[in-house]
Design a protein around this ligand. Structure first.
Ligand code: UD1
Length: 430
């Protein structure tokens, strides 16, 4: 089990390159099995979630060739089974994208029920509602979701809740259904749009992605494509907040600034200086940060996946801030660890009331989930003294070379896997 050891108090300064969006990649990799032609995908992030999904796909007969670190060629022509029995796959939420993809293509899928980050109940009723509306029989049993259909027919589906996953899953199955599907109250996240663009590049007919009504005309089959995944909005946002919390000056490269507007708006409010370029954003925070209120919402609102990172920054802002979690009901577990680092935060239900402190102090901290892991690492970089982030596995699910990129910005951070490493790292960081 690896750990990060950090010597905090160093402002992050320099440039960082953002990789492909993990959440778009998970949908696109799964959707790539929907054709029998080879599909070449660029900008696939080398993170555990994507690698676990690719391994599970390989086990059902999908050909996977990693042409280079970030380029994958997928061949879905020899799928032997639509039943996925991968123990590890349960841990990633996006495992269920294989249901939409395989149901669309082969009219049958059985996939372990999703796990993912432990941030509250993560229902799948809207996915099931969508599959059933398309004519599938869906059962949950023995820890798996099982869907099959003789025929998939287009339908008019009104989502009761804005759900990224349900929108993506329904879009995939409907792309190969007979007739027209309309998804109302659809999610508008950038990765929903990226998946629609990807499917269209394979011959699908999807319009309206990025608005709350998506119209899909089913096609008989999809063909191969060559596609590059969009940059990761959340990875970019994480480095932007790391710059803010450490009073740094960071140029975040290879981003789509439009996707970051919900984050840049808040950073401006709390006193950061932002410069937008065509494909980069610079964030500097020379002055003390000031308080604000944040509520997480579906896109284009402030992303729930940035909630821990902004809470860490607001914990160091002058005055009282309020962060309200509007998507998940249990996403403040990391606050106890932040309080151990000197933060003054009270959580009541889905709201955190933050009284800014002038500094955090380093501590040994445990990580409850992926984004909280990144946020607590940021807290460690802003803190006085040594922080040890126990267990980096959550962070590796969604951040490629996190500590390497942070070191590139001047952070004093090392990955260690033994006590001996830890002692060596301490000497190096002193
Ligand atoms: C995706 C992202 C995740 C992000 C989240 C919200 C991926 C792989 N993961 O997760 O990083 O935090 O969007 O932006 O892209 N819900 C239901 N019924 C359903 C589906 C969802 O009640 O059938 C609820 C969920 O419990 C949650 C809310 O809807 O409270 C939003 O969930 P959803 O948008 O589906 O999130 P995910 O797709 O799981």
């Amino acid at each position: 089990m690896d750990r990060f050891v950090i010597r905090g108090g160093v402002p992050l300064v320099g440039e960082v390159q953002i990789g492909g969006a993990k959440n778009a990649a998970l949908a696109i990799l799964a959707a790539a099995v929907m054709t029998n032609d080879p599909v070449r995908i660029e900008n696939v992030p080398d993170v555990t979630d994507c690698n676990v999904l690719l391994k599970a796909m390989e086990r059902i007969g999908v050909g996977i060739i990693r042409q280079s670190k970030h380029v994958v060629v997928i061949d879905g022509s020899k799928i032997e089974s639509c039943i996925i029995e991968d123990e590890y796959l349960k841990r990633i939420r996006a495992s269920y994208y294989l249901v939409g993809a395989l149901l669309g293509k082969n009219r049958q899928a059985e996939v372990p029920l999703p796990g993912g980050c432990n941030i509250g109940v993560r229902a799948i009723d809207q996915h099931i509602k969508g599959f059933r509306a398309l004519g599938a029989k869906v059962d949950i049993g023995h820890g798996a979701i099982c869907a099959e259909a003789k025929e998939l027919r287009g339908s008019h589906i009104f989502l009761d809740k804005v759900s990224v996953g349900a929108t993506i899953n329904i879009m995939m199955a409907a792309a190969l259904a007979t007739g027209k599907t309309i998804i109302e109250n659809a999610a508008k996240e950038p990765h929903v749009v990226d998946l629609a663009n990807f499917l269209n590049s394979m011959g699908a007919n999807i319009k309206g992605a990025g608005t709350d009504v998506i119209r899909i005309k089913g096609v008989e089959k999809l063909h191969g494509t060559d596609y590059a995944i969009i940059p990761d909005q959340i990875e970019a946002g994480t480095y932007m907040l790391a710059s803010a919390a450490t009073h740094g000056d960071v140029l975040v490269r290879n981003v789509i600034p439009k996707h970051l507007e919900c984050i840049t708006a808040k950073l401006c409010e709390i006193g950061c200086h932002i410069t937008e370029y065509d494909d980069a954003v610079r964030v500097s925070a020379p002055e003390p940060l000031t308080s604000t209120q944040v509520k997480t919402l579906p896109y284009p609102g402030f992303p729930t996946d940035m909630q821990p990172q902004i809470t860490v920054a607001l914990g160091l802002a002058q005055g009282t801030s309020i962060v309200t979690e509007g998507i998940f009901e249990n996403r403040f577990k990391y606050v106890d660890e932040l309080v151990r680092m000197g933060a003054s935060i009270k959580v009541e239900g889905n709201m955190a009331v933050i009284s800014g402190v002038s500094r955090y102090s380093g501590a040994s901290i445990s990580v409850p989930d992926l984004r909280a892991g990144a946020a607590l690492t940021i807290a460690g970089m802003a803190a006085e003294g040594e922080t040890i982030v126990e267990d980096t596995r959550f962070i590796e699910r969604g951040y490629e070379e996190f500590e390497v990129k942070l070191r590139g910005l001047g952070a004093k951070i090392e990955r260690v896997s033994s006590e001996h490493d830890l002692q060596k790292a301490r000497l190096k960081l002193a």
